[in-house]
Design a binder for this molecule. Structure first.
Ligand code: ASP
Ligand code: MG
Length: 449
């Protein structure tokens, strides 16, 4: 069984949806995980926000616009009049449910139910398309098997039991279609896996069905060595290890939801990143193995806040760092980078929700300074301490850029730097020279795929 996930742009209009139907594996059963059509989730979130602010007329008007987009898609998608009618009825029915939720004493619990309808729409239409094409396809409703626990972690045992129950009750299908992103929570209410979470859904499904491969289809040829939005002449990478890909995804590469790697790594399932708009391209394969040496890729993550904590008396005294981290633990705020010196420790966070409380709590025992608008630059490659010179090359090529923090040695495969966001594009462009002057080389005996 293969699991294939198609993102919002891959299912963004009727023509794209038809194209997806041509990309299915020929000789192996598959589970297709779809995102909402591009923009639909943003739109649905806006509708719920308008409703929360009691702007019902605007919310309903926005709902109508989104309905029109889906009705248009339904009309262009199907060959036969009968299916066009079915498609229209299906879309109208979902929007009827949205409007009822808005007008019948809307409360915040209804929001996630409304947001979930983006995926229900794209999957419903696509399933109808496969049926019209005469393919034996079965719809697996994500809300019947995908569940998170009290810690918001996927409940793998529950998911495995329930998806297998659904698969076994339709054993003659070879194509199963399901929604990404949406799930139920520990209370049984409709919830989701966070923005961009369809990749994560596909990885979780891959894990519980022991997939032979998880494919993530987007609109770019795999992972690029630099950010194509800011730098010219970036090139796709053919292979990365799970660790390398996880660092890039976490520190800014937009191609993959950062949590996607873990469920696949647990079972050693290869993850293949492919381009719907250019399916001939081989894409990027993620596996356990490091298959090439050299400096491979760079990613940048904006919106970072640096917190500098100084304490001339206590810093390296036993227990000081524990006190610092207890504060971040209390406010459930993850720390990304950390560096220490004799008199101070600097760390970064990307979630400022509790910044004021964090500053206040630390101020009881140390001085705190905060710098906002910082960018993490993550360079992935093979930075084993025994490989001389790679770290020096990274720093040398950034000599014109003021570097605020450096984190090196935490793993063998990355150097992470912090710069003021103002210098991001300059830093990415300068690092592009590394890929030209240090081509990556396959490691002998491990280039087989
Ligand atoms: N539709 C959801 C979002 O826009 C999930 C996804 O696309 O992965 O965040
Ligand atoms: Mg995505």
């Amino acid at each position: 069984m293969k699991v294939l996930k198609f993102g919002g742009t891959s299912v963004g209009n009727a023509e794209r949806l038809k194209r997806v139907s041509t990309l299915l594996p020929k000789n192996e059963p598959c589970i297709l995980v779809l995102s909402a059509m591009s923009g639909a989730t943003d739109w649905l979130i806006e509708i719920t926000e308008l409703a929360q602010n009691k702007k019902m007329v605007d919310a309903i008007e926005k709902g109508k616009q989104l309905k029109d987009k889906h009705i248009k898609t339904a009309n262009e998608l199907f060959e036969t009049k009968m299916y066009r009618k079915r498609g229209e009825e299906f879309v109208a029915n979902i929007f009827h449910r949205i409007i009822s939720k808005l007008v019948d004493s809307f409360d915040s619990d209804d929001s996630k139910g409304i947001v979930a309808m983006g995926e229900q729409l794209s999957v419903g239409l696509f399933h109808m398309l496969l049926t019209e094409q005469g393919k034996r396809a079965t719809y697996l409703p994500a809300l019947e098997y995908m569940r998170i626990d009290r810690e918001s972690e996927p409940d793998l045992f529950y998911i495995e039991q329930n998806i297998n129950r659904l698969l076994h009750s339709n054993p003659f299908s070879t194509i199963y279609v399901t929604e990404g992103f949406i799930c139920r929570n520990a209370q049984g209410k409709i919830d989701n896996l966070g923005r961009g979470g369809s990749d994560y859904s596909a990885a979780i499904i891959g894990n519980v069905v022991n997939a032979t491969e998880v494919q993530i289809w987007t609109d770019i040829d795999g992972v690029h060595n630099n950010d194509p939005r800011y730098v010219d002449n970036t090139t796709p990478l053919r292979s990365l290890s799970y660790d390398e890909a996880a660092e890039l995804a976490y520190f800014g590469a937009k191609i993959l939801h950062p949590q996607t790697i873990h469920p696949c790594r647990m079972k050693g399932i290869p993850v293949l990143l492919k381009n719907t708009l250019n399916p001939q391209d081989e894409g990027t394969l993620l596996t356990e193995k490091v298959r090439a040496k050299g400096i491979k890729a760079v990613a940048a993550k904006d919106g970072i806040t640096a917190i500098n904590i100084r304490s001339s008396r206590m810093l390296l005294a036993y227990g000081f760092l524990k006190r610092v981290f207890e504060v971040f633990d209390t406010y459930k705020t993850p720390v990304d980078m950390i560096t220490t010196s004799e008199v101070s420790v600097s760390l970064t966070i990307d979630n400022n929700t509790h910044l004021n409380e964090i500053i206040q709590s630390i101020s009881w025992f140390a001085q705190v300074e905060v710098e906002r608008n910082q960018t993490i630059i993550c360079v992935v490659g093979d930075f084993l301490a025994t490989h001389k010179g790679y770290a020096a090359r990274v720093l040398d090529c950034l000599r014109e850029v003021p570097i605020r923090m450096i984190s090196y040695g935490g793993s063998h495969n990355n150097i992470t730097l912090l710069v003021d966001s103002h210098y991001k594009v300059q830093a990415l462009s300068m690092l592009q020279h590394l890929f030209i002057s240090n081509p990556i080389r396959p490691i002998a005996n491990s280039i087989e795929v």
